[in-house]
Design a protein. Sequence first.
Length: 188
Amino acid sequence: MSNLTAEGFEKLLNQLDDDSRRAGEKYEQLREKLTRSFLWRGVLNLHADVLADESLDRVAKKLTEGVEIENISAYACEVSRFVWLEHTRKNKEIPTDETPEPAPAPAPVDSDERLAFLNKCMQEVVKDEDERRLIVAYYDPDPGEKIKETRRKIAEKLGITTNYLKQKASRLRIRLEKCIRECIAEAG
């Protein structure tokens, strides 16, 4: 996975539109278009978001390297095709003549146990203390405060756009969810 820099993200937004608000909207539309194309190609929902982000990260990296891109949407779609091909090569299933038995459903987990898994995963997966504070603040705003306002303040404090903050929080959430699912499976 490539790491999206703030500079790369800003260049991508500037390429999409001169107006920052419209650029943010166009970014979200393009990301949604890429996500839908991955879903259409049979990628699982969880992976489709990650692959769309990876595609846009690569486009932003090219812009940072000085590559001139005339049609950003078409270029992003082409990059997403390569990302999808890499993903399918890495995740090939071995064909068999027999249909595998479905995995047993995990045992129900109570809220205390789920909270314990969340705390464990926060320590294991989100090692950086600043990232832990970010994910908690992003998904658990102060009572009475509007979520959009809280997230705008977080982005402002970090010196990044709200779109970049959303992307960062989404990636952290996906890693946490995966860890929690693994903990639940092990407990079951």
